[in-house]
Structure formats: C-alpha cells, structure tokens
Design a protein around this ligand. Sequence first.
Ligand code: B1M
Length: 231
Amino acid sequence: MPIDNFAAMRQSIIDGAPDQAASLAKQALAQGAAPLEVIDQGFVPGMSEVGEQFAQHKIFLPDMLASAEAMKAAMGVLEPELKRQGSERPMAGTVVLGTAKGDIHEIGKTLVGTLLTAHGFRVHDLGVDVSGEQFAAKAREVAADVVGVSALLTTTMRGQRSVIETLDREGLRPRIKVIVGGAPVTRRWAEEIGADGYGKDAQSAVALVKSLLDKHAVADRAGAEAHIVCG
Ligand code: B1M
C-alpha cells in the first residue's frame, strides 16, 4: 500500500471525516491490501495524533468524538473482511470481552474481538462500561476459557482488578484466565492485579490467548499454573 494512502487515512481520522475514511478503507481492500496493515499503519496513527492533540489542549472532546466516528466508519469496512478471512478456522476457545466499568472506549477492544474471531475464537463482546458481575455472569453462562478486560483510562484500570476479584470470589478462577489491555495498561499492572496476561495490541492479545490456552491444557495435566505476557 503506497505511503500516500496511509497519510490520507491518517488525515481522514484527524479531520473526523467518516465518509472519507470509509472510502479509503474500501479502496485499500479493492487494491488487495491486508486489513490489519491498513488499520495499524493507516488509521491508528490518526487516532494517536488525535490523542496527543487532545492531551495538549489543541483539540477538544467534540473533535475527538468526530475522529472516533471516522475510525468506526473505517473499521465498519475493514472488520468484516478481517472476520471473513478467519471464518473457515475451527473453534479455538471461548472469550468474554468488554471494556471496564466507567469506560466507554470501544475501538481497541472491538478490534481485539474481531481479531480473536478471525483466529477461530468464539467471542462474546459485552461492550463498554461492564462491571465485574456482568463479566462473571457471562463467563459462567458461556463457559468461557478467557475473560478479556480493556481499559483506556488510568481511572478505569481499577475495574480490571475488580473483575479479577469478582471472578475469584465466585470461584471461576483459575479455570478462567483473565487478560488485560488498553493504552495505559502495562505488564507490571497486569502482574500487580494478578491477571494471567497482558496484551500490548490486538495481535499480541491473540498470541496471548493462544498461549494461555495451550499452557492451560498443559497446566491442567501437570497441576501447575502459567503467567504469560505478550507484546
Ligand atoms: Co478518550 N481518552 N476520553 N475518548 N481517547 C484517551 C484514552 C486519552 C489517552 C486521550 C489523551 O488525553 N491523550 C485520555 C486518557 C488519559 C488517561 O486516563 N490516561 C482520554 C480521556 C481523558 C477521555 C475522557 C475522560 C475525556 C473527557 O471527557 N474529558 C473521556 C472518558 C469517557 C469515558 O470512557 N468515561 C474520553 C472520551 C473519548 C471519546 C468518547 C471521545 C472517544 C472514544 C469513542 C469510542 O471508543 N467509541 C475517545 C477517544 C477516541 C480517545 C483516543 C483519542 C483514541 C482511543 C482509540 O480508539 N485508539 C485516546 C488517545 C489514545 O489512545 N492515543 C483517548 C485506537 C485503538 C485502536 O487503540 O484503544 O489503544 P486502543 O487499543 C489498542 C491497544 O490498547 C490494545 O489493542 C488495541 C488495538 O491494537 N488493547 C487491548 C485495547 N484493549 C485491549 C484489551 C486486551 C488486549 C489489548 O485484552 C483484553
């Protein structure tokens, strides 16, 4: 994919232009580009720039919202293709996914879910602003192997800890593994709250879930436990 196209994609997000973003995404797919490359190299840099400008008070909440709408328009084109590419794969495990209580950031979490689906996992996406109790109820209902909790705010990272505490309290761990991720989340935080792993981005989240489930199978046999970090 030519660099000019990536620059235009990035700009469509900064401009908060959903039609332009969707049209660039369609063009890229028509030219045979890989959807994940388009997301990571074309559109996500636009979101990062918007985040920096917001932090420096150069733009304000409505601008960030417009950029998020543009990002969602691009994802609306690219995510079905990502899923389609993985649709022939066998079922690899069940994941319950959501964004922590009090947090409404959904784009990164949804991308993690799409990529997991593309890799053969059955994903139950609970959306945003999800409590520990909601995670636990769904995990029990669908016999989840993994619960994934996204958080984009330093204040809502605490919600990740509370999901783990709820699952512990309800006796669902260690059978169910918990992974955490999101821009402010670190490996250290994951270790501190007793998560089973941390994914830096959507691709490492997939690698992490795969290794956890592999290790889980081994651990079941050996009576041991595993803690993994990807990315
Ligand atoms: Co908000 N916001 N926001 N925001 N927002 C950030 C996160 C911020 C860093 C911007 C900034 O100040 N620089 C800042 C947080 C500061 C902090 O706490 N550290 C911030 C703030 C302050 C706020 C508000 C408080 C603003 C206000 O109201 N004054 C408010 C909070 C609302 C709330 O949640 N209660 C708010 C609101 C919003 C919008 C609604 C306008 C919008 C979200 C719209 C939506 O999602 N529908 C928004 C946006 C768009 C952003 C930025 C610009 C972009 C986030 C994004 O979508 N990135 C963001 C700045 C930034 O991150 N650079 C910012 C693209 C996405 C693909 O990346 O989400 O990081 P990301 O996901 C990645 C990885 O993190 C990882 O994989 C993904 C794909 O690679 N990952 C996981 C994510 N979840 C994972 C889970 C895993 C594993 C990996 O396992 C379970």
